[in-house]
Design a protein around this ligand. Structure first.
Ligand SMILES: [Cu+2]
Length: 366
């Protein structure tokens, strides 16, 4: 049996079980709710309470944003309060494979002294996106994707990030790494306004960027984040390079995650395995943007890899098959597969796997 057939129905399986475990009851109820919305159950649904046993149920009204979304009221009337729900004709598809393989090097120009200048643009907008099969979510995002565009430059480059806020809320971009106070991205950029963050890219490494407007956990878990990769002046050895951003979704604003993914869509890489070659050096830029859970791990099956913590080192810290990252931590992983075949990757926290954070490598001989 194909590995993806063994694992690809985990989310669906969660819906249909008759006697859910306590740990699963919250997800079960969420997904029942989501599916219920999609099939017209109406404004009052039975939902089990996450903090009680799975037997306890209570009737709740539809979340406000769901109502506002469908009655045309402006979302700012209900500033916080989400709803995952069934996809509609206007739900945008996300593309985790594009995130995996895409780097934005910006618009390049040069200063009089020869220094490279890179101009990037990040636009904040709100859109309904599909975050798992038939589950839509009101995302707040940079450049219409969760995660946002991966920005890439070289240590010492002069970087300008033009931020355009096309939403009705205040947002900002806080980019990790050295920069002057006024460029640190904690000041709000007003709706319809824009701001240019300027700084010298240093040091080399892998950094998160994210909105820093309160409540920050809401602005992050809605999707306002991405990765900035600053290459060392002497490039790392040539490799097959991939970007993986671990993320999560809290569908009902209880500050607990309901779904997890790599690059935005739960279980996407089970359905779309990542092609690799035997013997080829593979380099993963791994960033943890999971909100609410203090730590997340990543385990690659049937292999060992080198870990470069923060991406700001040229010598590895560990040789292992699992790396653990706190919130906003990141690492570079390097490895080569010895044997062809299909290999899983996922956090070693099995609950996260059950809620969507799992994928496959498809390794072939060249
Ligand atoms: Cu924000």
């Amino acid at each position: 049996m194909q590995i993806k057939q063994i694992f690809s129905k985990t989310l669906a399986t969660l819906i249909g079980k008759n006697e859910p475990s306590k740990a699963q009851s919250r997800t079960l109820s969420r997904r029942s709710l989501l599916l219920g919305l999609g099939t017209g159950l109406g404004a009052s649904l039975l939902v089990s309470q996450g903090s009680h046993s799975s037997q306890i149920t209570t009737s709740v009204a539809l979340p406000l944003p769901y109502r506002s979304h469908h009655s045309g009221h402006h979302a700012d009337q209900h500033p916080i309060g989400p709803a995952g729900h069934a996809v509609t004709a206007r739900t945008k598809k996300l593309n985790p494979m594009a995130v995996l393989q895409s780097f934005d090097y910006g618009k390049v120009s040069y200063m009089a002294d020869g220094r490279t200048v890179r101009d990037f643009t990040l636009v904040a907008a709100e859109e309904e996106v599909e975050i798992a099969e038939d589950i839509a979510f009101e995302g707040w995002m940079f450049n219409s994707h969760i995660p946002g565009t991966t920005l890439r430059c070289t240590e010492g480059d002069y970087v300008r990030v033009r931020f355009i806020n096309q939403t009705e809320r205040r947002h900002s971009i806080h980019i990790h790494g050295f920069k002057p106070s006024e460029m640190d991205g904690v000041e709000p950029v007003q709706p319809g306004d824009e701001f240019v963050y300027e700084f010298v890219a240093e040091p080399f490494g892998l950094f998160p960027y994210h909105c820093h407007i309160r409540p920050v956990n809401e602005h992050i878990q809605r999707g306002l984040y991405g990765a900035l990769l600053i290459d060392p002046k002497t490039p790392r050895p040539r490799a097959h390079e991939l970007v993986m951003v671990l993320n999560s979704y809290d569908l009902d604003s209880d500050q607990k995650n309901d779904l997890y993914s790599v690059n935005g869509v739960a279980e996407y890489f089970l359905e779309h395995p990542i092609p690799l070659k035997v013997g080829e050096l593979t380099r993963i830029y791994l960033l943890n943007m999971v909100e609410f859970d203090p730590v997340v791990s990543m385990h690659l099956h049937a292999i060992m890899f080198n870990v470069y913590r923060s991406g700001s080192w040229l010598t590895p810290h560990e040789y292992t098959d699992i790396v653990t990252l706190a919130q906003a931590e990141r690492a570079i992983l390097e490895f080569s597969y010895k044997f062809p075949g299909q290999y899983l990757f996922h956090p070693h926290q099995t609950l996260l796997v059950e809620r969507g954070c799992i994928g496959l490598f498809e390794v072939t001989t060249s």
